[in-house]
Design a protein around this ligand. Structure first.
Ligand code: BG6
Length: 484
């Protein structure tokens, strides 16, 4: 076997985004409401939990009736809908080979279950893909990135209902046929494990009325797994040479001590995270999940051919986000660490971001090796980055050395993993342009190489400018990861 010593010549460098965090134009050109449009901005001192994305059926009704007044930053995004040409030109200037974006399902099927797709929505993505190809940038498209049409929630309780599998495959088939000459790389569900943390975010499922919440979540997940396999089948039939990936928020975890109790708990924690990619990449539920289901009174309703559908339509590559690692302890003592939705105890060897996410470049190498050993499929890092406060100097410059350091250290470890023999096909940093935060709806939590003049309250000119990291990343791409 030939093992690469550095990044392969066709390595896919780029950036990653989601429709609801950057497009705006939430009610333009026939788009319907989606789950993300229901997420209000809550200032930090008023947030009741460490995230404000899971909402109740009552809250949805209040929002729809106008009784609940708030700002909804994900409806406005950074106005990519009208500024995509300028933004793509900036990505091209950095030398992007790939740009990850999601299609907002409710632009194509405004209610989710419409008989016909919305032509204006389809046309918008045609324009975006054409603009990317103008610069030789390959689109990488996520079909569902926390944007379930709200109509599906109201009528079917989102992915809790089996019927949504059919609506999703219709949507997938529609966009595969439409963009068959423009898009080769696809992902079905962003961070599919989100369902177990925020079912509304992950699948438009309102859980508050559910008697057995775990049952509802795992059933909804089963529907997503089947839908993902069906979409994989369709894309292979419709677009020859296409590549379908699954996508996991990978949370590599460590045992806090070598106490076997901690080691066991850590193994279980990792299994619960890898279960999602196990189903997608191996084509069946891992055996350890059966015990978990039995002990938690989860009985999945499975149709006769589901097992075969999963088995015959595994993904071509395994994609994931990587921001941090977790540390697991069986002891109740120990200071808690923070994550957007994940937790664990503090790892004394790691520093954390302004939002408490524990930065762990070596963990990326560990994780890449674990994943490659387990699946033997190409891996794709489709999110990684540092959410930080940026300071704009009087002359407009932004010296984000902390962000450069973060990416440099992670890219160095990617290179080590490639030398270890891992097949890594690409790297799309999260939010190459500042966008609305998924977990907090803040603008001040910035990931970009490109600055956007917009604050948490929605004030700003929306003007784009280059941070120091912009010039740095451009060099990284130009040197294919040699100049860090
Ligand atoms: C991932 C999501 O979990 O992390 C993105 O796929 C999200 O949508 C990113 O934006 C960073 O999280 P946050 O909460 O800092 O925006």
């Amino acid at each position: 076997t030939k093992i690469n010593k550095g990044f392969p010549a066709d390595f896919l460098w780029g950036g990653a985004t989601a429709a609801n965090q950057l497009e705006g134009a939430y009610d333009v050109d026939g788009k319907g409401l989606s789950s993300a449009d229901m997420v209000a901005y809550v200032p930090k001192d008023k947030r009741t939990q460490d995230h404000a994305i899971e909402i109740s059926s009552e809250r949805i009704q209040q929002i729809l009736s106008g009784e609940f007044e708030a700002r909804f930053p994900k409806r406005e995004g950074i106005d990519f809908y009208h500024r995509y040409k300028e933004d793509i030109a900036l990505f091209a200037e950095m030398g992007f080979k790939v740009f990850r974006l999601s299609i907002n399902w409710a632009r194509i099927f405004p209610n989710g279950d419409d008989a016909q797709p919305n032509e204006a929505g389809l046309q918008f993505y045609d324009n975006v893909f054409d603009e990317l190809h103008k610069y030789g940038i390959e689109p990488l498209v996520t079909l569902a990135h926390y944007e379930t049409p709200l109509g599906l929630t109201l009528k079917y309780n989102g992915w809790a209902s089996r019927e949504v599998v059919g609506f999703f495959t219709t949507y997938a088939e529609t966009v595969f046929k439409r963009y068959k000459d423009k898009v080769k790389y696809w992902i079905t569900f962003n961070e599919i494990n989100m369902m177990t943390l925020s079912p509304f975010t992950g699948g438009g499922v309102v859980i508050d009325k559910s008697e057995n919440k775990l049952q509802t979540m795992y059933q909804a997940l089963h529907h997503q797994f089947v839908a993902s396999a069906l979409a994989t089948k369709l894309v292979h039939e419709i677009i020859p040479g296409s590549q379908m990936g699954c996508m996991l928020a990978r949370m590599e975890s460590y045992a806090h001590t070598c106490n076997p109790e901690d080691v066991l708990k850590n193994q279980q924690e990792n299994q619960m995270n890898l279960y999602f990619t196990d189903v997608h990449a191996r084509g069946e539920y891992p055996r350890y999940m059966q015990r978990y289901f039995d002990e938690n009174n989860v009985v999945l309703h499975v149709e006769a051919d589901d097992a075969e559908t999963l088995r015959n339509n595994t993904v071509d590559y395994v994609a994931f986000s990587y921001y941090m690692t977790l540390t697991v302890s069986t002891s109740p003592e120990g200071e808690r660490a923070e994550g957007n939705l994940f937790g664990g105890v503090k790892n004394p060897y790691l520093k954390a971001s302004d939002w408490g996410w524990q930065i762990d470049p070596i963990g990326l190498r560990v994780m890449l090796n674990t994943m490659y050993d387990r699946y033997r499929k190409p891996l794709f890092i489709v999110e990684n980055g540092l959410g930080a406060y940026d300071k704009v100097e009087a002359d407009g410059s932004i010296h984000d050395t902390y962000r450069i350091d973060y990416h440099r250290q992670h890219i160095q470890q990617m290179k080590e993993a490639i030398k270890d023999g891992v097949e890594l096909i690409g790297y799309t940093s999260w939010g190459p342009i500042d966008l609305v935060s998924m977990s907090t709806s803040e603008m001040s939590k910035r990931y970009g190489f490109i600055y956007v003049d917009l604050d948490d309250e929605g004030n700003g000119s929306l003007a784009r400018s280059r941070k120091d990291s912009f010039h740095w990343y451009k060099e990284v791409i130009a040197s294919n990861g040699e100049k860090l």
